[in-house]
Design a protein around this ligand. Structure first.
Ligand SMILES: C[S@@+](CC[C@H](N)C(=O)[O-])C[C@H]1O[C@@H](n2cnc3c(N)ncnc32)[C@H](O)[C@@H]1O
Length: 294
Protein backbone atom coordinates (compact mmCIF):
# COMPACT_ATOMS: atom_id res chain seq x y z
CA UNK A 1 0.00 0.00 0.00
CA UNK A 2 1.43 3.45 -0.86
CA UNK A 3 1.86 5.76 2.16
CA UNK A 4 -0.48 8.77 2.14
CA UNK A 5 -1.12 11.80 4.34
CA UNK A 6 -3.94 14.33 4.06
CA UNK A 7 -2.97 17.71 2.59
CA UNK A 8 -4.59 20.94 3.78
CA UNK A 9 -7.72 20.36 1.72
CA UNK A 10 -8.04 16.89 3.26
CA UNK A 11 -7.13 15.14 0.02
CA UNK A 12 -4.67 12.25 0.23
CA UNK A 13 -1.11 13.05 -0.78
CA UNK A 14 0.92 10.03 -1.85
CA UNK A 15 4.33 10.29 -0.25
CA UNK A 16 6.17 7.62 -2.13
CA UNK A 17 4.95 8.47 -5.62
CA UNK A 18 7.38 7.34 -8.27
CA UNK A 19 9.59 9.94 -9.84
CA UNK A 20 7.66 11.59 -12.71
CA UNK A 21 10.19 10.23 -15.19
CA UNK A 22 9.04 6.71 -14.33
CA UNK A 23 5.35 7.39 -14.91
CA UNK A 24 3.60 6.02 -17.90
CA UNK A 25 0.04 7.22 -18.62
CA UNK A 26 -0.23 10.02 -21.15
CA UNK A 27 -1.59 12.68 -18.79
CA UNK A 28 1.20 11.94 -16.35
CA UNK A 29 3.71 12.03 -19.20
CA UNK A 30 2.40 15.48 -20.15
CA UNK A 31 2.73 16.54 -16.54
CA UNK A 32 6.35 15.32 -16.45
CA UNK A 33 7.13 17.28 -19.58
CA UNK A 34 5.51 20.39 -18.15
CA UNK A 35 7.56 20.10 -14.95
CA UNK A 36 10.77 19.62 -16.96
CA UNK A 37 9.89 22.71 -19.01
CA UNK A 38 9.21 24.82 -15.91
CA UNK A 39 12.52 23.68 -14.47
CA UNK A 40 14.42 24.55 -17.66
CA UNK A 41 12.71 27.90 -18.29
CA UNK A 42 12.02 29.16 -14.77
CA UNK A 43 14.66 27.30 -12.77
CA UNK A 44 12.03 26.06 -10.30
CA UNK A 45 12.05 22.34 -9.67
CA UNK A 46 8.63 20.84 -9.01
CA UNK A 47 9.68 17.39 -10.24
CA UNK A 48 9.85 15.95 -6.74
CA UNK A 49 6.57 17.32 -5.44
CA UNK A 50 3.94 14.78 -4.36
CA UNK A 51 2.37 13.82 -7.62
CA UNK A 52 -1.32 13.46 -6.82
CA UNK A 53 -1.85 16.92 -5.33
CA UNK A 54 0.40 18.59 -7.92
CA UNK A 55 -1.63 17.06 -10.72
CA UNK A 56 -4.85 18.39 -9.20
CA UNK A 57 -3.42 21.90 -9.16
CA UNK A 58 -2.16 21.63 -12.74
CA UNK A 59 -5.57 20.40 -13.91
CA UNK A 60 -7.16 23.37 -12.17
CA UNK A 61 -4.84 25.66 -14.17
CA UNK A 62 -5.84 23.79 -17.35
CA UNK A 63 -9.48 24.68 -16.68
CA UNK A 64 -8.82 28.25 -15.57
CA UNK A 65 -6.62 29.01 -18.59
CA UNK A 66 -9.06 27.26 -20.95
CA UNK A 67 -6.13 25.15 -22.18
CA UNK A 68 -7.94 21.86 -22.84
CA UNK A 69 -5.05 19.66 -21.72
CA UNK A 70 -1.76 19.76 -19.83
CA UNK A 71 0.12 19.89 -23.15
CA UNK A 72 -2.12 22.81 -24.18
CA UNK A 73 -1.34 24.57 -20.91
CA UNK A 74 2.37 24.13 -21.59
CA UNK A 75 2.02 25.70 -25.06
CA UNK A 76 0.09 28.66 -23.66
CA UNK A 77 2.54 29.20 -20.80
CA UNK A 78 5.54 29.11 -23.13
CA UNK A 79 3.96 31.73 -25.35
CA UNK A 80 2.91 34.10 -22.57
CA UNK A 81 5.07 34.99 -19.53
CA UNK A 82 1.99 36.08 -17.54
CA UNK A 83 0.40 32.68 -17.98
CA UNK A 84 3.69 31.05 -17.00
CA UNK A 85 3.79 33.15 -13.83
CA UNK A 86 0.19 32.25 -12.97
CA UNK A 87 1.00 28.59 -13.58
CA UNK A 88 4.09 28.59 -11.35
CA UNK A 89 2.24 30.44 -8.57
CA UNK A 90 -0.71 28.07 -8.92
CA UNK A 91 1.46 25.00 -8.40
CA UNK A 92 2.16 25.82 -4.78
CA UNK A 93 -0.39 26.11 -1.98
CA UNK A 94 -0.08 29.32 0.07
CA UNK A 95 -2.71 28.76 2.77
CA UNK A 96 -1.55 30.23 6.05
CA UNK A 97 -2.76 32.18 9.08
CA UNK A 98 -1.43 33.94 12.15
CA UNK A 99 -0.76 31.78 15.20
CA UNK A 100 -1.89 28.81 13.12
CA UNK A 101 -2.33 25.78 15.40
CA UNK A 102 -2.18 27.93 18.57
CA UNK A 103 -1.01 24.94 20.64
CA UNK A 104 2.27 25.02 18.73
CA UNK A 105 2.92 28.58 19.88
CA UNK A 106 1.86 27.70 23.44
CA UNK A 107 4.59 25.07 23.54
CA UNK A 108 7.07 27.60 22.15
CA UNK A 109 6.13 30.07 24.89
CA UNK A 110 6.08 27.50 27.70
CA UNK A 111 8.98 25.21 26.86
CA UNK A 112 11.27 26.83 24.32
CA UNK A 113 11.55 30.53 25.09
CA UNK A 114 13.39 29.95 28.40
CA UNK A 115 16.05 27.92 26.55
CA UNK A 116 16.33 30.44 23.71
CA UNK A 117 16.97 33.08 26.35
CA UNK A 118 20.31 31.43 27.14
CA UNK A 119 21.72 32.39 23.72
CA UNK A 120 23.25 35.85 23.27
CA UNK A 121 21.89 36.10 19.71
CA UNK A 122 19.30 34.02 17.86
CA UNK A 123 19.04 33.07 14.21
CA UNK A 124 15.68 31.59 13.22
CA UNK A 125 14.56 30.39 9.81
CA UNK A 126 10.95 30.31 8.65
CA UNK A 127 11.17 28.23 5.47
CA UNK A 128 8.14 28.37 3.18
CA UNK A 129 6.81 31.48 4.93
CA UNK A 130 4.11 32.21 2.32
CA UNK A 131 2.56 35.67 2.85
CA UNK A 132 4.27 36.10 6.23
CA UNK A 133 1.56 35.45 8.83
CA UNK A 134 3.77 32.88 10.56
CA UNK A 135 6.72 35.29 10.56
CA UNK A 136 4.73 38.10 12.21
CA UNK A 137 3.37 35.60 14.75
CA UNK A 138 6.88 34.52 15.66
CA UNK A 139 8.11 38.12 15.84
CA UNK A 140 5.25 38.98 18.22
CA UNK A 141 5.94 35.95 20.41
CA UNK A 142 9.65 36.81 20.61
CA UNK A 143 8.84 40.46 21.31
CA UNK A 144 6.61 39.43 24.22
CA UNK A 145 9.36 37.14 25.50
CA UNK A 146 11.88 40.01 25.39
CA UNK A 147 13.94 38.18 22.75
CA UNK A 148 13.05 39.99 19.55
CA UNK A 149 15.78 42.62 19.84
CA UNK A 150 18.47 39.96 19.80
CA UNK A 151 17.21 37.80 17.02
CA UNK A 152 17.24 37.70 13.26
CA UNK A 153 14.44 35.86 11.48
CA UNK A 154 15.17 34.64 7.96
CA UNK A 155 11.85 34.30 6.16
CA UNK A 156 12.11 32.46 2.86
CA UNK A 157 9.85 31.11 0.17
CA UNK A 158 10.24 29.86 -3.38
CA UNK A 159 7.54 32.23 -4.60
CA UNK A 160 8.42 35.91 -5.12
CA UNK A 161 4.80 37.09 -5.17
CA UNK A 162 4.02 35.77 -1.67
CA UNK A 163 7.35 37.09 -0.36
CA UNK A 164 6.46 40.59 -1.58
CA UNK A 165 3.19 40.38 0.37
CA UNK A 166 5.03 39.10 3.42
CA UNK A 167 7.35 42.12 3.33
CA UNK A 168 4.37 44.48 3.20
CA UNK A 169 2.70 42.92 6.25
CA UNK A 170 -0.75 43.98 5.05
CA UNK A 171 -3.60 41.56 5.73
CA UNK A 172 -7.38 41.79 5.21
CA UNK A 173 -9.29 43.18 8.16
CA UNK A 174 -11.80 40.36 7.68
CA UNK A 175 -9.37 37.73 9.04
CA UNK A 176 -8.37 39.65 12.16
CA UNK A 177 -11.06 38.17 14.40
CA UNK A 178 -9.74 34.69 13.68
CA UNK A 179 -6.11 35.82 14.12
CA UNK A 180 -6.96 37.54 17.41
CA UNK A 181 -8.62 34.36 18.71
CA UNK A 182 -5.58 32.34 17.64
CA UNK A 183 -3.27 34.83 19.35
CA UNK A 184 -5.21 34.53 22.59
CA UNK A 185 -5.30 30.72 22.41
CA UNK A 186 -1.54 30.74 21.82
CA UNK A 187 -1.02 32.38 25.21
CA UNK A 188 -0.97 36.00 23.99
CA UNK A 189 -2.12 38.31 26.78
CA UNK A 190 -1.90 41.74 25.24
CA UNK A 191 -4.41 43.66 23.22
CA UNK A 192 -3.71 42.30 19.72
CA UNK A 193 -4.59 45.67 18.16
CA UNK A 194 -1.30 46.99 19.62
CA UNK A 195 0.48 45.28 16.74
CA UNK A 196 -1.25 46.84 13.77
CA UNK A 197 -3.05 49.85 12.40
CA UNK A 198 -6.31 49.33 10.53
CA UNK A 199 -8.45 51.04 7.95
CA UNK A 200 -11.83 49.88 6.72
CA UNK A 201 -10.42 46.97 4.69
CA UNK A 202 -6.84 46.17 5.70
CA UNK A 203 -4.49 46.07 8.66
CA UNK A 204 -0.81 46.94 8.47
CA UNK A 205 1.49 45.27 10.98
CA UNK A 206 3.83 47.65 12.82
CA UNK A 207 7.20 48.19 11.09
CA UNK A 208 9.23 47.10 14.14
CA UNK A 209 7.95 43.55 13.53
CA UNK A 210 9.82 43.57 10.17
CA UNK A 211 12.99 45.26 11.39
CA UNK A 212 14.77 42.06 12.39
CA UNK A 213 13.42 39.98 9.52
CA UNK A 214 15.27 39.21 6.30
CA UNK A 215 12.84 38.19 3.54
CA UNK A 216 14.56 36.25 0.76
CA UNK A 217 13.91 33.75 -2.01
CA UNK A 218 15.09 30.25 -1.19
CA UNK A 219 14.12 27.02 -2.90
CA UNK A 220 14.11 23.98 -0.65
CA UNK A 221 14.20 21.76 -3.73
CA UNK A 222 17.60 22.99 -4.85
CA UNK A 223 19.26 25.63 -2.69
CA UNK A 224 21.79 24.95 0.01
CA UNK A 225 21.77 26.10 3.61
CA UNK A 226 22.87 29.67 4.22
CA UNK A 227 23.51 29.80 7.96
CA UNK A 228 23.36 27.89 11.23
CA UNK A 229 20.09 28.32 13.10
CA UNK A 230 18.76 27.98 16.63
CA UNK A 231 15.31 27.25 15.27
CA UNK A 232 13.85 26.25 11.91
CA UNK A 233 10.12 26.43 11.26
CA UNK A 234 8.95 24.73 8.12
CA UNK A 235 5.29 24.08 8.65
CA UNK A 236 2.87 22.70 6.07
CA UNK A 237 5.44 22.77 3.28
CA UNK A 238 6.97 19.28 3.09
CA UNK A 239 3.53 17.69 2.95
CA UNK A 240 3.53 18.68 -0.73
CA UNK A 241 6.88 17.00 -1.46
CA UNK A 242 7.54 13.39 -2.37
CA UNK A 243 9.66 11.19 -0.16
CA UNK A 244 12.90 11.92 -2.00
CA UNK A 245 12.51 15.69 -1.61
CA UNK A 246 11.39 15.33 2.00
CA UNK A 247 14.58 13.37 2.72
CA UNK A 248 16.65 16.12 1.11
CA UNK A 249 14.98 18.87 3.11
CA UNK A 250 15.19 16.94 6.39
CA UNK A 251 18.92 16.53 5.81
CA UNK A 252 19.25 20.23 4.96
CA UNK A 253 17.50 21.21 8.19
CA UNK A 254 19.45 18.78 10.32
CA UNK A 255 22.71 20.13 8.88
CA UNK A 256 21.53 23.73 9.39
CA UNK A 257 20.56 23.47 13.07
CA UNK A 258 22.90 24.02 15.98
CA UNK A 259 22.97 21.09 18.41
CA UNK A 260 19.89 21.55 20.65
CA UNK A 261 18.30 23.73 17.96
CA UNK A 262 14.54 23.42 17.41
CA UNK A 263 12.62 22.14 14.39
CA UNK A 264 8.93 23.01 14.02
CA UNK A 265 6.81 21.16 11.48
CA UNK A 266 3.15 21.23 10.44
CA UNK A 267 0.33 19.13 11.92
CA UNK A 268 0.59 16.40 9.27
CA UNK A 269 4.38 16.33 9.25
CA UNK A 270 6.95 14.59 11.41
CA UNK A 271 10.61 13.61 11.65
CA UNK A 272 9.52 9.99 11.96
CA UNK A 273 10.72 7.60 9.27
CA UNK A 274 13.46 9.95 8.03
CA UNK A 275 17.17 9.19 8.18
CA UNK A 276 17.67 12.14 10.57
CA UNK A 277 14.89 10.90 12.93
CA UNK A 278 17.24 9.68 15.64
CA UNK A 279 18.97 13.05 15.63
CA UNK A 280 15.91 14.60 17.33
CA UNK A 281 13.89 14.30 20.51
CA UNK A 282 10.28 15.45 20.62
CA UNK A 283 9.59 18.59 22.63
CA UNK A 284 5.94 18.03 21.79
CA UNK A 285 5.12 15.17 19.43
CA UNK A 286 1.54 16.47 19.24
CA UNK A 287 2.61 19.94 18.11
CA UNK A 288 5.38 18.54 15.88
CA UNK A 289 8.11 20.43 17.67
CA UNK A 290 11.49 18.70 17.92
CA UNK A 291 14.94 19.40 19.32
CA UNK A 292 18.16 18.31 17.64
CA UNK A 293 20.13 16.16 20.04
CA UNK A 294 22.89 14.88 17.72
C1 LIG B 1 0.87 25.97 2.73
S1 LIG B 1 2.06 27.25 2.73
C2 LIG B 1 2.61 27.18 4.41
C3 LIG B 1 2.83 28.55 4.98
C4 LIG B 1 3.25 28.57 6.45
N1 LIG B 1 4.50 27.89 6.64
C5 LIG B 1 2.19 27.98 7.32
O1 LIG B 1 2.34 26.88 7.85
O2 LIG B 1 1.16 28.62 7.51
C6 LIG B 1 3.42 26.48 1.83
C7 LIG B 1 4.47 27.47 1.35
O3 LIG B 1 5.62 26.74 0.94
C8 LIG B 1 6.16 27.35 -0.18
N2 LIG B 1 6.99 26.40 -0.92
C9 LIG B 1 6.58 25.40 -1.73
N3 LIG B 1 7.63 24.78 -2.28
C10 LIG B 1 8.73 25.40 -1.79
C11 LIG B 1 10.12 25.21 -1.99
N4 LIG B 1 10.58 24.27 -2.83
N5 LIG B 1 10.98 26.01 -1.34
C12 LIG B 1 10.52 26.99 -0.51
N6 LIG B 1 9.23 27.22 -0.27
C13 LIG B 1 8.33 26.43 -0.91
C14 LIG B 1 4.95 27.81 -0.97
O4 LIG B 1 5.29 28.82 -1.91
C15 LIG B 1 4.02 28.26 0.13
O5 LIG B 1 4.13 29.64 0.35
Amino acid sequence: MPKTLPDESGAAVQLDAPHPKLCADSETAELCLLLETIFERQGIDFRDYAHSSLKRRVLRRVVEEGAGSIAGLQRLALADPMRMERLVTGLTVHTTSMFRDPGFYLVLRDQVVSILRTYPFLRLWVAGCSTGEEVYSLAILLHEAGLYQRCRIYATDVNDAVLAKAKDGIFPLSVMQEYTRNYQKSGGQRDFTEYYTADSKFVVFRPFLRENVVFAAHNLAGDASFNEFHGIFCRNVMIYFNRRLQDRVHQLFHDSLVTFGYLGLGRSESVRFYPSECGYEAVSARERLYRKIK
